[in-house]
Design a binder for this molecule. Structure first.
Ligand SMILES: [Zn+2]
Length: 154
């Protein structure tokens, strides 16, 4: 868990962003302010939720998305889904996922063991895996370390 947060903070730093954990107002749980190169995460969230929101916000930074508070148009929803896919790829280690899924494919179990909010397990399974005839293939991760799990084949 701690390693994941450190990796996310390192990623933010590499992108030139500072991350602040503080009490946010209203229903705002996280936000990115590109003009200040700062990401704000609500400090009242659990560790897992903070990591999920930070990974999502890093997706917005990585893809250079505009700031959208309440997505309404199809394009705005597509932007949010792209940030979710980025977050799922960054948060979920494909080898660990494969190990855990072979024990129990239940999404709640996977979320608990991976230490990620369950919505990212859903996103990961829907957008980051391809299953063909009993074999599961994972897509490349995004951001720092995206090729860390490449396996050389003779
Ligand atoms: Zn977003």
């Amino acid at each position: 868990m701690q390693r994941t947060m450190q990796r996310l903070l390192d990623m933010a730093n590499a992108l030139g962003y500072a991350v602040y954990f503080c009490g946010l107002r209203g229903d705002l749980l996280a936000c990115t302010v590109p003009a200040l190169m700062r990401i704000f995460i609500d400090s009242r969230l659990t560790d897992s939720e903070q990591q999920g929101h930070l990974a999502h916000e890093l997706g917005h930074v990585y893809h250079d998305h505009p700031c959208i508070r309440h997505p309404q148009t199809a394009n705005e929803h597509a932007i949010e889904r792209q940030a979710d896919r980025f977050a799922a790829r960054v948060l979920i280690d494909p080898i660990r996922y494969a190990e855990l899924e072979s024990v129990n494919p239940d999404q709640h179990y996977l979320a608990d063991e991976l230490g990620v909010p369950i919505e990212y397990v859903h996103v990961y399974e829907a957008h980051c895996l391809t299953r063909v005839r009993g074999v599961t293939y994972t897509h490349a991760r995004e951001g720092v370390g995206q090729w860390a799990h490449r396996v050389e084949v003779a």
